[in-house]
Ligand binder design. Sequence first.
Ligand code: NAD
Length: 328
Amino acid sequence: MFDGIKVLVTGCSGFLGPWLCERLVVAGAQVLGADLHFDLDSRIHDIDPEKLEPVFVDVENIEELAAAIEQSDVQFVFHLAAQSLVGEARKKPLETIATNVMGTANVLEVARQLHGTAKALRGVVVASSDKAYGAHDDLPYLESTPLQGRYPYDASKSCADLIAQSYAATYDLPIAIVRCGNLYGAGDLNWSRIVPGTFKHCFAGERPVIRSDGTLVRDYLYVEDAAEAFIIIGRALMAGEVERGEAFNVSGGEHLSVLEIVRKVQDAAGGEAAEPVIKDTAKFEIQKQYLSSQHLTNRLGWKPLVDLPRGLALASDWYRQRCKDLTP
Ligand SMILES: NC(=O)c1ccc[n+]([C@@H]2O[C@H](COP(=O)([O-])OP(=O)(O)OC[C@H]3O[C@@H](n4cnc5c(N)ncnc54)[C@H](O)[C@@H]3O)[C@@H](O)[C@H]2O)c1
């Protein structure tokens, strides 16, 4: 379905981006990979440059974005670009809103302007998040659970998600929304996240550091399972099998406390497991969240293929090597 299709992936050089781009390349797509930075250690550099053209595009700049889409005859967009760190969002709410809310609105607006023309996009898949739901007592989250993010990152994702739904409904645009749990796997260079941070401490022979009190519960999803979900949803969107603005939860089916995931990362890293340092300084975070992806399974047949021990073992091999070689 993606064979010969020109696909724009925004935020391509982050954690999820390279995994998705790899799959698109295998599916025969010509990928335009847009980002603000191309970190030297990003897995994006492992992709055949004949199949992936990197471009510097700021999604906050609608002219730049529109030019990239129109000049390259982009037919399909996966919009991943975001300020994706909860702690950074709390320190920089305006920048987070500019990137996550306005960046998403800009992508959707370009799609609206092209709609009905010869350059109309065949689909836009927007990366929302489980954080878009905010806190709820009734778990797991279903797609019908109200979006009520309260803290800056969560609220930015609720807004972007609602705006995507609004554009789909109002302008009859082929838009799908993906709400994943916490991703983990090789290639995540965001060291403030619990899985990469813990691997880094383990391989440096240091005690892992937990910013919360260790009890926050999160849904963990292996990154390749997430990339596959994006591909399946994108294909179905192009085939007209997805409703306008339809949302899909993507869950690894495993939810654990921070302390539990740290122990599992330590197991995967091997060696002696040092006692974690519990800082208990993380405030303004949802206490407990996890998702049901039954809707995605029923509608499009997706299921997670990699369980936590296997996923962490794969990640461990990569981090063991990378923690030796990391660009200073
Ligand atoms: N990683 C997770 O656990 C997780 C969970 C649920 C949802 N998500 C969402 O999935 C998407 C991808 O997540 P990720 O973990 O790969 O994030 P990431 O932070 O690793 O990658 C995001 C990329 O977006 C780029 N970017 C930031 N601002 C930009 C701008 N103005 N213009 C262009 N590019 C810009 C960054 O440089 C980065 O390379 C994000 O939208 C995130 O919110 C992530």
